[in-house]
Design a protein around this ligand. Structure first.
Ligand code: NDP
Ligand code: ZN
Length: 362
């Protein structure tokens, strides 16, 4: 059992390389061990490309026969873009398969494990299950809710300000904290901001630190199309951009569409966060990184739409009654209504503090 955890941890580490890159698939890692030696490793890195098990079995070659395979998610049993991995493991003649967690996808859900067992392979399930569930929490949420997993992120001063009273917000936190934000961007399918953030900060919303990865989709909530045509998110072509409006004329939308931006009209004049999430779910967006501003954060929190909160807090005091805080808008009138969080992790990044928290389940 001790060895099982050791090899599963290796499989989880390998899987991490794919987080945020595999949508609509989960990130998966696989390790093949024969006679106490690692003979194969693999990760699923992109939808449409081979699954983790395929790479790992290929690398193992003949040594897969009689081996134990550690895989972070139940092997698939259906024909998708690639043939079923359960069949591959059976053909390769492995003796034992250790699975961290089952696949909630109704196309798989237990069938992969059943298939392996029918073929006479020993299957153990649940080794490092919590870690594996955490790794694919966005995928699991999306499969169950059919709407994206929402991470709300802000960078603020110790007194909770996300900008000064004059609107200056670059930069409140250190470059080390900002690098971490870029790493998190790469782990999400899409980034969302409100139009005021575009107007005040003109952000690029791309991944510019760390290893080269795909840029997430950029989404702007902008009821009346106030986003300037020369804003980075419209003009730079670095990533796809969608603008969600409260209903605008064809001519208004056309100016943006000519620049490659997709313009969506929502059914109500006031954009409802729930409608936005439903739309994004239908469009296959599995994870959403909400990066401000304060009104947008308020809307997401009041809609009960937040799955995780990430705060970067700089040891700085900005003050000022007119300086925005991380959550603006109407807020909650009564303490009993406030969103209570469970803190999952506290880290220091350079001079700053990073807190990862999740709303308590009611
Ligand atoms: P937001 O960026 O939150 O944009 C709010 C605007 O978005 C609204 O006024 C509205 O404009 C539009 N919108 C459309 N639908 C919705 C909806 N359902 N909920 C909320 N807004 C919606 O603006 P803020 O002024 O609150 O925040 C901007 C400030 O935040 C800036 O000073 C910026 O520098 C700072 N900031 C700081 C960050 C940090 O982490 N430090 C990160 C991001 C921003 P309309 O009615 O025209 O559609
Ligand atoms: Zn597979």
């Amino acid at each position: 059992m001790h060895n099982d955890e050791h090899y599963m941890r290796l499989a989880l580490d390998v899987a991490k390389a794919g987080v945020g890159q595999t949508s609509p698939n989960p990130a998966v890692g696989a390790v093949v061990v024969n006679g106490g030696t690692v003979v194969g490793l693999g990760a699923h890195l992109k939808a449409g490309e081979p699954h983790a098990e395929v790479y790992a079995i290929r690398m193992a070659g003949e040594k897969a026969r009689g081996a134990t395979v550690y895989v972070t998610l139940e092997p698939c049993s259906h024909y998708g873009k690639t043939p079923p991995c359960a069949d591959l493991l059976i053909q390769a003649g492995v003796r034992r398969v250790v699975v961290a967690t089952t696949d909630p996808n109704p196309l798989v859900a237990g069938k992969g494990i059943a298939k392996l067992r029918q073929a006479g392979i020993d299957v153990d399930v649940g080794v490092l299950k919590d870690e594996a569930d955490e790794l694919n929490r966005m995928f699991f949420h999306y499969i169950a809710a059919k709407t994206p997993f929402v991470t709300l992120k802000f960078a603020c001063s110790l007194d909770g300000k996300i900008a000064t009273a004059t609107g200056e917000s670059k930069w409140i936190t250190s470059s080390a904290a900002r690098e971490d934000v870029h790493r998190l961007r790469a782990q999400h399918d899409a980034i969302l901001v409100g139009v005021n953030t575009v107007l005040t900060d003109n952000p690029k919303l791309t991944v510019r630190f760390g290893e080269k990865r795909k840029n997430p989709l950029r989404i702007i909530l902008d009821t009346k199309l106030r986003t300037p045509l020369d804003a980075h998110v419209v003009a730079d072509k670095e990533a796809e951009t969608w603008i969600i409006t409260g209903g605008v004329s064809r001519e208004q939308a056309a100016a943006y569409e000519r620049l490659g931006v997709r313009v969506f009209s929502m059914p109500t004049a006031q954009i409802d966060v729930r409608d936005v999430l439903r739309l994004l779910g239908e469009q296959g967006v599995m994870s959403l990184f909400v990066e401000g501003g304060s009104r947008v954060h308020d809307s997401f929190l009041r809609a009960g739409a937040v799955n995780e909160v990430i705060a970067y807090i700089a040891p700085k005091l900005i003050g000022g009654r007119g300086a925005p805080t991380s959550v603006g808008g109407l807020g909650f009138a009564r303490l009993a209504e406030a969103v209570e969080l469970d803190i999952r992790r506290i880290e220091t990044i350079g001079p700053d503090i990073k807190i990862v928290a999740a709303p308590k389940r009611k």
